[in-house]
Design a protein around this ligand. Structure first.
Ligand SMILES: CC(C)(COP(=O)(O)OP(=O)(O)OC[C@H]1O[C@@H](n2cnc3c(N)ncnc32)[C@H](O)[C@@H]1OP(=O)(O)O)[C@@H](O)C(=O)NCCC(=O)NCCS
Length: 162
């Protein structure tokens, strides 16, 4: 496994292919995932986005990635903006490794708390199970946020608790 934090031009295509392949994200969400890479390529650290990419040893294609960043105007809170693992690689521990490494990177920068938004609809129940398994606690539920009957569920985890 090869890990990389610096976004590269080829990630624009690789991220689109990966998020599309998961079948989880609609066209607007796919565009948004690519925009975060584009913004980072254009503005570097000023973008507020950080990435962690997992590739196989031959560097051919992305196996998974996470995007996160410090939440502006907070002392030390971070947001996990995106995490995705290629369908053929899911359920083998890669998502856990990506998230643990992202949390470590945040902690090293003084981050004390990680937040992540997800959806309440049934399609996202595996995603919620993943966050809960990774030590995230449901901090808030915003009913009917995404659509009637589809809540935004905000999870949080302390990055400093032992
Ligand atoms: C969510 C996602 C990132 C998890 O990555 P993954 O590599 O499949 O997860 P892992 O194999 O590392 O699993 C880590 C832990 O979460 C649990 N978990 C993962 N998927 C689960 C599921 N569907 N149901 C219950 N638990 C699950 C695993 O059992 C594991 O716990 P364990 O160590 O006790 O076995 C990945 O499945 C994915 O990309 N899904 C589609 C996109 C998505 O939902 N992204 C997040 C929203 S932005």
């Amino acid at each position: 496994m090869h890990w990389r934090t610096r976004a590269e031009e080829g990630d624009l295509k690789a991220v689109r292919e990966l998020v599309t392949a998961t079948g989880f994200f609609d066209a607007a969400e796919q565009d948004l995932a690519v925009e975060l890479v584009d913004e980072t390529l254009a503005r570097g650290a000023d973008s507020g986005y950080e990435f962690l990419f997992a590739q196989n040893e031959q560097n051919a294609g992305l196996l998974g990635y996470a995007c996160f960043g410090r939440i502006p105007a907070t002392a030390s809170s971070y947001d996990l903006y995106w995490i995705a693992v290629a369908p053929g690689e899911q359920g083998k521990g890669l998502g856990a490794k990506l998230l643990e490494k992202a949390e470590t990177l945040c902690r090293e920068q003084g981050g004390t708390r990680m937040f992540v938004d997800t959806a309440g609809r049934s399609q996202y129940s595996p995603t919620r199970a993943f966050y809960e398994r990774m030590g995230y606690e449901k901090a808030a539920v915003l009913d009917d946020f995404y659509a009637e009957g589809d809540a935004k569920v905000i999870y949080a985890k302390s990055l400093t608790a032992k």
